[in-house]
Ligand binder design. Structure first.
Ligand code: GTP
Ligand code: MG
Length: 199
């Protein structure tokens, strides 16, 4: 499916701009700069279908991408959370948009919660996972930027994160370790995403 049609659909800065919930959706969540847009590009094999940036907080809207012809499912690139420098107003707007989307979207098939391999889980990630647990929205935890740390450190972080996500009822027990830069773990995650979307 990913080798076929993938198109940008629309960008929703507010809830009223969300597209009609006609096909399953897979949402990408995570802290600012964790690599959501880059992972979306890597999974779709497109270099820059989602805008990645060196500036944290770049993605401020929900960006929808359609996969398949006719459309089989959508990928949703979310604005990042936990950006310390974000003004209070921006954070409040983010919370309303993201929480309402995650809690009330009937076609939401799965979330990917991205966590930087170098940092492991932060409190903002735990808060996001608790919210998803409460909303009973299943999610996969994905370690990103695995190319940026030594294998031994990666193993230690992965073990710690895997231990912790077992306590979260809506989290998948298996952890995905990826590098969008080097292509590591991308094929396996792609297969999981397609299975989740078409279940
Ligand atoms: P926001 O939209 O601001 O929340 O960021 P984001 O989560 O979409 O992150 P984005 O994909 O824009 O990536 C942030 C930075 O990390 C960019 O400079 C990317 O090139 C870099 N990056 C993302 N994934 C990887 C990776 O797997 N390896 C390396 N080395 N760098 C990565
Ligand atoms: Mg982004």
């Amino acid at each position: 499916l990913f080798s076929g049609r993938v198109d940008f659909l629309l960008s929703a800065p507010q809830l009223k701009f969300l597209p009609e919930p006609t096909v399953p959706e897979i949402a990408f969540c995570g802290r600012s700069n964790v690599g959501k847009s880059s992972l979306l590009n890597a999974l779709t094999g497109r270099r820059a279908i989602a805008r990645a940036s060196v500036t944290p907080g770049r993605t401020q809207e929900l960006n929808f991408f359609e996969v398949g012809e006719p459309t089989r499912f959508r990928l949703v690139d979310m604005p990042g959370y936990g950006f310390a420098k974000a003004p209070v107003k921006v954070v409040e707007k983010w919370k309303k948009l993201v929480k309402t989307y995650l809690r009330g979207r009937p076609v939401l098939a799965r979330n990917l919660v991205l966590v930087d391999s170098r940092h492991g889980l932060k409190d903002v990630d735990r808060e996001m996972m608790r919210m998803l647990d409460e909303a009973a929205v299943g999610y996969r935890v994905v370690l990103t930027k695995a190319d940026k740390i030594k294998a031994s450190e990666l193993d230690a972080t992965a073990a710690k994160v895997a231990d912790e996500i077992r306590k979260h009822p809506a989290a998948f027990p298996e952890l995905h370790i990826t590098s969008s830069e080097k292509g590591m773990g991308i094929a396996a995650l792609r297969a999981a995403v397609v299975a989740d979307a078409l279940q």
